[in-house]
Design a protein around this ligand. Structure first.
Ligand code: AMP
Ligand code: ZN
Length: 473
């Protein structure tokens, strides 16, 4: 088996990765805060994690992925208060939308989606343990805080300069900057709005609710054990969220919390981070209405390495839509009975084998999506040329089919067949425009390829007097 390597945020290095027990990868992925439908930025991270789990499985390991749903937090309570609802009335419909969007994007189901509100006893127990160990204390505001000065490893993940730590200073909000590396809240004393919205529970320290960081530590350790193999999330979670998860978990167990940490870079819109608070959000529903297929969106996301920033633009999405059409056409061509009857060449087999080897090598080397895609498109180019030769060998076609299935089993970018509606006309027009451009550029091979593609879809084209007309058979 080839080496499998990942960039570990803890060491800031690409290093070999394997699960501790040699068979099962215990993977925790921080999930959505369910007060608003997740935007494509959130889904960029979830798609990176989908790629991760598929590649881990391809490598031969069993994957046990847990993705939490944060269904109690400051923003959810504010929303509930504004709308005169309980927190679960706010979160239930959003969780439904999340799964609908996830399925639309072909993101495989994780093994578990624990909700924070279902793990309150485990969270209380964890706080109790931290108090017993002398690293947590109840302050005069009634809330319980983690004393970062009592945990010398604090700041290791985010490379926080320990001199920035201000002993005794406290921060109650869940989101804060490195400049505010202070004692953070584990358990927040209940306020009136918490009681009204159903966001308050009994505890040894009075009524209250868990802090966000505590939620993840408690659920991760309850469902996956004290030491995880892999913990993932977006890059913004490194500080304070993951730093605080490490502090709480390791101070309680004395064991490393996660062996490896992986973080995905941001999706930007016009250079700014996409965020629910900002208006620059693209929801999956919106993209779906704009007729961007799951295949196109996956291509768009995987065509940039997960550790590089990615800019959302109409042009990039349109290019991905075009690219996956090529994949779809090739898949259809390979699957057709005619292709099987005409058979393939030895060079088709070679192209197929090389594509699989290259795509897998790329994916096993820190999930290199763009290189895996490049290998696939090279296979499509060579594959189409070889099929044109009608080599007569049926097993060659079978090998090519198997190669495409293997690569697409990871990327999952073959679009669903388009219904024969006005979408088809639009597609034909796009093809004709591309063919015109190819001819102007004197790229006749490409122009012929497009004509061939159109013919194989039952579209006949006629050039006359400088104009092109088309009709459907
Ligand atoms: P949240 O719902 O805000 O808790 O975020 C859920 C996940 O989405 C986390 O892993 C975040 O790091 C990630 N995330 C949030 N905004 C973006 C973005 N613009 N690009 C990529 N990932 C993001
Ligand atoms: Zn988390």
């Amino acid at each position: 088996m080839p080496d499998f390597r990942l960039y570990n945020t803890l060491t800031r290095q690409v290093e070999p990765f394997a699960p501790a027990d040699g068979t099962t990868v215990r993977m925790y992925t921080c999930g959505p805060t369910v007060y608003n439908p997740a935007h494509l930025g959130n889904f960029r991270t979830f798609l990176f994690e989908d790629l991760m789990r598929r590649v881990l499985a391809l490598r031969g390991w069993t994957v046990h992925q847990v993705m939490n749903l944060t269904d109690v937090d400051d923003k959810i309570i504010t929303r509930a208060r504004e709308q005169g609802k309980t927190i679960s009335e706010v979160t239930e419909p959003v969780i439904e939308v999340f799964h609908r969007d996830r399925e639309y994007l072909r993101i495989q189901r994780a093994e578990a989606y624990p909700r924070a509100t279902a793990f309150i006893p485990q969270m209380v127990a964890l706080v109790q343990r931290l108090i017993e160990r002398g690293v947590a204390y109840q302050a005069d505001d009634g809330s319980v805080y983690f004393a970062i000065a009592k945990f010398p490893a604090y700041g290791r993940l985010s490379r926080l300069d320990t001199r920035e730590i201000k002993p005794g200073a406290r921060v109650i909000q869940d989101d804060y900057s490195k400049e505010n590396a202070q004692d953070f809240a584990l358990w927040k004393a209940a306020k009136e709005e918490d009681e009204i919205t159903g966001a308050s529970w009994d505890s040894p320290w009075g009524r209250g609710r868990p802090g966000w960081h505590l939620e993840c530590s408690a659920m991760a350790m309850d469902l996956l054990g004290d030491t995880l193999d892999l913990h993932c999330g977006g890059i913004d979670l490194i500080f304070p969220h993951h730093e605080d998860e490490i502090a709480q978990s390791e101070a309680a167990t004395g064991q490393p919390f996660s062996r490896v940490w992986c973080h995905g870079a941001f999706l930007l819109t016009e250079g700014a981070k996409m965020a629910k608070r900002v208006g620059n959000v693209s929801t999956v529903q919106g993209l779906r209405e704009a007729r961007f297929s799951a295949a196109a969106l996956r291509h768009f996301v995987f065509n940039t390495h997960y550790r590089k920033e990615l800019n959302l633009s109409e042009e990039a999405l349109a290019a991905s839509r075009q690219a996956v059409r090529r994949v779809g056409d090739f898949a259809e061509r390979l699957r057709s009975d005619t292709t099987m009857a005409l058979g393939g060449t030895p060079a088709l087999v070679q192209a197929a084998d090389e594509a699989v080897a290259q795509a897998e090598a790329a994916l096993f080397d820190d999930l290199n999506g763009p290189e895996a895609l490049a290998a696939l498109f090279e296979f499509i180019r060579r594959g189409n040329a070889e099929l044109d030769r009608k080599g007569g060998d049926r097993t060659a076609v079978e090998r090519a089919r198997a190669a495409l299935d293997r690569i697409d089993g990871i990327l999952d970018i073959v679009p669903d067949r388009e219904p024969a509606d006005e979408g088809l006309a639009e597609w034909i027009e796009e093809q004709l425009a591309a063919r015109r451009a190819a001819r102007i550029a004197r790229d006749f091979a490409e122009a012929d390829r497009i004509r061939h593609e159109l013919t194989s879809r039952g579209v006949t084209i006629e050039d006359s007097a400088g104009e092109t007309h088309w009709k459907l058979d």
